[in-house]
Design a protein around this ligand. Sequence first.
Ligand SMILES: [Zn+2]
Ligand SMILES: [Zn+2]
Length: 582
Amino acid sequence: MTIRNEELAAQFDELADLLEAQDVEYKPIAYRRAADNIREYPENVATLATQEGTNAVERIDRVGKAIASKVVEYAETGEIDELAEKRAELPVDMAALTSVEGVGPKTVGRLYEALDVRTLDDLETAAKNEKIQTVSGFGPKTESNILDNIDFARQSQDRQLLSDAAPIGAAIVDYLTQTVAVQRCEVAGSLRRWRPTIGDVDTLVASTDPQAVVDAFTDWPDTGRVIEAGTGKASVRTNDVRVDLRVVDPSEFGAALQYFTGSKDHNVELRNRAIERDLKVNEYGVFDISETDDPDAGQRVGDRIGGATETDVYDALDLPPIPPELREGRGEIDAAAANELPDLVTLDAIRGDLHLHTDWSDGRNSIEEMVEAATNRGYEYVCITDHAKGPGMVGGVGLTDDQLETQLSELRAVGDDAEIDVFAGVEANIGPDGRLSVADAVLEQLDCVVASPHAALDGDGTDRLIAAAEHPAVDIVGHPTGRQLNQRSGLDIDVPALADAAAKAGTAVEINANPRRLDLHGSAVQAALEQGATITIDTDAHGPESYDYLRYGVHTARRGWAEPSDVLTTWPTADVRAFLDA
Ligand SMILES: [Zn+2]
Ligand SMILES: [Zn+2]
């Protein structure tokens, strides 16, 4: 089976963590940088390793001979010797433990030495029994913070990022669609609704030969392990993601797709609407039960009036089809009934990107390369927003005011030669007090200022974000909560208050499309739009390949009911310029 870049990168991250836990210097940083570059590499690195060997792998930035040979080792054997040794020396569930905010690899190492903490349960027990504060360097405050953050870490444990699940969903649908016995195939569940994190990948197939479909599914080359295979149902694991298959009769495919797409709240509301109409809706179809003595006598009771397509189901309930992203029980059924569903923004409507990094800060490519890649994508404009120095920027990343002025001339020069418009910007840091890390005199010279929180990412962030939004030079509040999915929940924000202030100040609020962020998230976008705020969808790309994050941002906007006109990056260049100038 193919080893995805994500899986390969995870081995080096784990190795880095284990070395850091043992106080090894330098190596952890080298492994993490290599992991980042492997993760984002545009080709499959394991395939490259098996077909072309270490030299080809060394072409990846920051991957030297030693790391390249480990890549080949993993691609060929599914194991890295050094990692296996380190795991034996430090037998801890590193991923689970470090998923607790405030617990880094060094902490894991020390708590293992002192208290034999190996798992999340061990950590919780130790914290509850006030054992952690007895370890040198740890106080009662640290201990109670750890305890507070364990629940969040637990909830995150079994959920995959959308960007890990979506390619697997697309691959299995592609594979099954080519299987003779398969008439239709779709993903369902939270993946079809584009939730930021996914429990497992649900696939639904219409077929009259369930056994043939189950056989094809378990023979899928990407299947790592078959969890179960039964009649018309099967589950496999691939790259740590569970994929469930369900095969239904073609006449019931629409009803099943509707049912398994969810959400639960949406389906409960829909079922209640059916009852009001003397109808029964379930995963098998839509049934008229007005003449039926006992509607609960079975699943297929009453007169069948539809179920082959999803449109049948909604149509029977006097509703237009509702896009999957809206099915969260947030007013979409009432809106559909009143014919007031939003005309949702699409990928094709996007004309540019206003939050991008280059090798002037922590990006991987030059300004020219980022502009060229955007031109090739058909964009009309981009804005380069490298990091300014300031709170949250580690390891010397971030430009000083002088460097920003130098970069400004460079951006103008590149802009003069480019086929598209190049806006000059910066990503300034919002300090805990709401102040920005760049002098006003510099901000005023730039076309676009993205202000984002990068430090002190806990507690209530409303006031500091409003202060930033109201700063006359700020155009966009970037990744407002600062959350990192499955890692930290970020700032608490009163979204309507922020959105209201932003709308009045003429500042846009960002959906950061990086799949580790997706910040703001869907319901927050919906709340922001209700206050009249303008949204921008930006990828925050640190290299050209990350422009592809856009789709995760667009689907997040759709989850927030956004129409094209709500989204700054769908506007023509002249209108964007006017918005930034105002
Ligand atoms: Zn940022
Ligand atoms: Zn950024």
